[in-house]
Design a protein around this ligand. Structure first.
Ligand SMILES: [Zn+2]
Length: 110
């Protein structure tokens, strides 16, 4: 499943990482939208060869409409996108992410 994004968010995104984007994200997603905006602004989205990873207090793996964070899995129960999924979706649309020439899965091995 892929995340749907409201047109007003997409339009604001095309105008840049400014107040209008911040506002539409906050109005559509509340706190999660606000967090996503800052993940994007602070270049916290990384694209590994296998997954996108968002670096917050912890690192979370995002794959399409899935995130490894507890917020998505337990609180939202997969019904709504968490801040990491929103951030990755935004980052992909404007190609604002750091590309890492490695497989993230290699870092997870003991
Ligand atoms: Zn998440």
């Amino acid at each position: 499943m892929k995340m749907k994004m409201p047109n007003e968010v997409i339009e604001a995104l095309q105008k840049g990482l400014g107040y209008e984007l911040y506002k539409t994200l906050f109005l559509n997603y509340g706190k999660r939208g606000e967090k996503a905006f800052f993940y994007l602004l602070q270049n916290r989205v990384k694209k590994y060869k296998d997954f996108f990873v968002v670096v917050g207090r912890n690192e979370y793996v995002v794959d399409e409409y899935f995130c490894s964070c507890p917020d998505f899995q337990f609180r939202l129960k997969g019904r709504e996108p968490c801040s990491h999924i929103i951030a990755v979706e935004l980052a992909k649309r404007i190609k604002r992410y750091d590309e890492v020439d490695a497989y993230y899965i290699d870092y997870l091995k003991p």
